[in-house]
Ligand binder design. Structure first.
Ligand SMILES: NC(=O)c1ccc[n+]([C@@H]2O[C@H](COP(=O)([O-])OP(=O)(O)OC[C@H]3O[C@@H](n4cnc5c(N)ncnc54)[C@H](OP(=O)(O)O)[C@@H]3O)[C@@H](O)[C@H]2O)c1
Length: 332
């Protein structure tokens, strides 16, 4: 089968498009022919390598998969259109789970065939095309989980970093459908226009304006009910600063670094909370599908690359020139 393999950590040039042996079926597992695999920032973390996290080389990236079942099992038939719920039991103490194609033993979806536990197979919801369906299992699920953990109600104000990111664009769409007021941040005018089109109520261009000043002006100096932070070290101080009394910062990512300065006094004196979110459960994924269908929401797709052009897809994500999901078309 064709696959993009990494044999060491490094830049996009370590992504090697090759012919390799396909997987063999094992007990309680199924083989899926991968049709599409969305690119996520996790792919860049794994490709670059992180201190203390092991990858067994050669490794195949890709956690956001839609495809077709090669053999049936249980209620599933050969040829069924499916998606892959990417959380896998973790052997690492004090980590909830590992992710398919991530820092774990399971290969991911940058390959024509993938072997995964049967319990991770989910029927593809018919509301979505095969291409759209691959975009839901990581960014959208995480954004859904973060918004649920915020416990925001209709009319509350949610601040969402990075409108163009996978997580940020998903959070804007889902928050809009829940009736929240949305403040979001971009880094140029082109992204600002697209964020307004998604329905954000206030779009702050951080290359032009001070994020805290604009947010406090918009909220009459009260601050926001919740912050969706996937950016990490560089944004945590602002995220805490702009929370209102009793506000919640929900965090899922460390794009700018994993060690942040926290103003502890600001945090406790407004009785705020910091809440971690890691993906979401399979039940949440199914609830997300239903919510998106009933609210007629489709994922925002920026671009589609063929598998052999995975390097270009990674370069695009590293430049942050996308707005929404970057997708690899894996099988023709
Ligand atoms: N915990 C989980 O289960 C989970 C699930 C999904 C994702 N994540 C994590 O969440 C993060 C986002 O993932 P993604 O796939 O959505 O990434 P992505 O599409 O590559 O987006 C990265 C975003 O970070 C923003 N950004 C970078 N530097 C910034 C700065 N200094 N200030 C403000 N914004 C900045 C970029 O905004 P500009 O383009 O405007 O610079 C862009 O919107 C990653 O760290 C990922 O690992 C975690």
């Amino acid at each position: 089968m064709k696959a993009v393999v990494i044999r060491k950590h490094g830049g996009p040039d370590v992504l090697s498009y090759e012919e390799i042996d396909g997987p063999q079926t094992t007990k309680d597992h199924a083989i899926v022919k991968v049709d599409y695999c969305a690119v996520n920032h996790l792919d860049i973390w794994v490709r670059n390598g992180l201190p203390g996290r092991q990858v067994l080389f050669p490794h195949i990236l890709g956690c956001d998969i839609s495809g077709t079942l090669v053999e049936g099992f249980g209620k599933f038939k050969k040829g069924d259109n499916v998606i892959v719920y990417p959380a896998i039991h973790s052997d690492v103490p004090r980590i909830s789970f590992s992710i398919i194609g991530g820092f774990g033993k399971y290969h991911g979806g940058y390959a024509e065939l993938i072997l995964i536990p049967q319990k991770n197979i989910v029927k593809k919801p018919s509301w979505f095309t095969d291409m759209e369906a691959c975009a839901l299992n990581v960014s959208y699920l995480t954004a859904w989980n973060m918004l649920e953990r915020s416990r925001c109600k209709k009319g509350d104000t949610v601040f969402i970093w990075g409108a163009n990111s996978g997580v940020g664009s998903a959070a804007i769409l889902l928050a809009k459908a829940r009736g929240f007021r949305i403040i979001t941040v971009v880094s140029n005018e082109n992204k600002a226009g697209l964020a307004r089109k998604l329905g954000a109520h206030l779009v702050i261009d951080r290359s032009e304006s001070d994020v805290t000043t604009e947010t406090l002006k918009y909220t009459n100096n009260q601050g926001v009910n919740a912050v969706i932070d996937h950016v990490g070290a560089k944004t945590w101080p602002t995220s805490i600063d702009i929370l209102k009394v009793g506000g919640k910062m929900i965090t899922c990512g460390t794009t700018t670094g994993g060690e942040a300065n926290v103003n502890i006094r600001a945090l406790y004196s407004k009785e705020a909370s910091i809440i971690g979110a890691y993906l979401g459960t399979k039940l949440q994924l199914i609830a997300l599908h239903k919510f998106m269908k009933s609210n007629k929401i489709k994922p925002i797709i920026d671009s589609v690359f063929s598998l052999k052009d995975a390097q270009l897809a990674h370069q695009k994500m590293e430049e942050s020139s996308q707005f929404g999901k970057i997708i690899l078309k894996v099988s023709s």
